[in-house]
Design a protein around this ligand. Structure first.
Ligand code: NAI
Ligand code: MG
Length: 393
């Protein structure tokens, strides 16, 4: 039987992930779930939020479903460490960022597709004063391992770094700035990783019939990194004559977000820009309660909602949070392992619940989160799962 590693993590990750498994069981997906330790609890107890045994589990079974983790700044993290571990050099790092690096999960896919009848869908005012609701069907391909998030950065850069940078004429502008007053984050883009993400975007567009792939960068300013990506995109696009290559600048794209989101199909970008643009589009289709994602490498793939652990809501019982982002992440997992029919069943059931509009979590009712949302008509997390299960065919 297929084995899936499940990593609930912290906060609402512990709530939405078990609900996804309840749904997967209800739809008849045959799998064995192997639970893995990850998150804040293990940082506090063991000084490691991502124990080696968890890495080994994922390496063995290759497919994981992940909930969310809590990350805190360095000092706060040190404070919560078990007293016996304090001062022993343990340093907190984000386990999901680490997983992306360890398994080279370089392709991040974030679909932002509106569900009919979702009260959170973006609407646009027309010139005659009436409104229209454009159907958004965008899938963002975010380079997940390098670019501005590669982690090559310094505050007070060492002398060799400073000297190396000073070989560039533009560094003259900073000649009089003392190193201790300087912070540097690098944006490293490589040919191989760019080719992989851009090719993946085009392949996906071809497979699912999208008519365009948009490279969303800033090549007029970031001439080297964005420039290289654009050059590669132009080259790769030659193999996909039926798909148009568009290129937009990240800033302009954010402005066009609400002007013509329905015009875009696949969007591909470097790590940081991909992060920005995917949150932007997610906002048009319902926000964090709907934003799902896949992190895909050559061997391992991890599926997760893009939201965090929402500590504000973790203790509410019954829980109020929307499990749909987690469900849609499980749908992405099913598609990845070729269970398209089961995936479609879940997707249809979610669509029916949303369109019918009888069962809605607090976010869908535009309520402020809290224990009083139920008396205002909101469904609990578990009631949402029940509603989706009841619509499975
Ligand atoms: P968050 O995504 O956890 O929550 C922000 C707000 O979004 C919540 O207060 C809530 O109003 C709403 N929200 C989130 N998920 C929702 C859902 N399923 N249904 C309805 N509403 C939902 O982000 P925040 O508060 O910035 O971070 C909390 C913790 O999560 C931090 O420790 C942060 O480091 C971590 N985090 C972890 C991520 C991950 O595991 N991949 C991603 C983002 C944040
Ligand atoms: Mg983000």
């Amino acid at each position: 039987m297929k084995k899936i590693v499940v990593l609930p993590g912290d906060g609402i990750g512990k709530i939405v992930l078990p609900e996804a498994i309840r749904l997967l069981n209800a739809v008849g997906f045959q799998a064995e779930y192997v639970w893995g330790d990850i998150g804040w609890e293990f940082w506090c107890k063991e000084g490691n939020a991502l124990p080696q045994r968890t890495i080994d589990l994922i390496a063995k079974h290759k497919i994981a479903l992940f909930g969310a983790i809590t990350s805190k700044p360095k000092d706060a993290a040190e404070k919560e460490l078990d007293p016996s571990l304090k001062g022993k050099g343990y340093v907190y790092f984000s386990p999901i960022v680490a997983l992306r690096q360890i398994f080279n999960l370089d392709i991040c896919i974030r679909p932002c597709i509106s569900f009919k009848g979702n009260p959170l869908n973006f609407i646009r005012k027309k010139i005659d004063g009436t409104y229209e609701e454009p159907f958004v069907n965008v899938v963002i391909f975010r380079q997940n391992t390098e670019g501005l998030y590669s982690g090559v950065e310094w505050t007070n850069p060492p002398k060799q770094v400073r000297e190396a940078l000073e070989t560039h004429p533009k560094m003259k502008a900073f000649a009089n700035v003392p190193s201790e007053e300087m912070a540097i984050s690098t944006r490293i883009v490589t040919k191989k990783a760019s080719e992989r993400i851009i090719k993946a975007a085009f392949e996906y567009a071809r497979k699912l019939g999208y008519k365009s792939v948009t490279l969303c960068e800033k090549p007029n300013v970031l001439r080297e990194t964005s420039g290289m990506m654009l050059k590669i995109a132009k080259e790769i696009s030659k193999d996909y004559p039926e798909i148009e290559l568009w290129d937009t600048n990240i800033d302009a794209q954010m402005m066009w977000l609400t002007k013509n989101p329905e015009d875009y199909g696949i969007i591909v970008a470097e790590n940081m820009f991909g992060d920005i643009i995917s949150d932007g589009f997610a906002g048009l289709i319902g926000g964090l309660g709907f934003a799902c994602s896949a992190n895909i490498g050559e061997e391992v793939a991890i599926f997760e909602p893009t939201h965090g652990s929402a500590p504000k809501y973790e203790k509410l019982n019954p829980s109020i949070v929307n499990p749909i982002a987690m469900f849609m992440s499980a749908v992405m997992m099913l598609e990845h392992i070729g269970k398209n029919e089961i995936a479609q069943k879940i997707r249809n059931a979610i669509a029916k619940v949303i369109e019918e509009g009888k069962v809605r979590t607090y976010d869908m009712l535009k309520l402020k989160g809290g224990p009083d949302v139920f008396e205002k008509g909101a469904a609990s997390t578990q009631q949402m799962t029940d509603a989706v299960i009841s619509k499975l065919e």
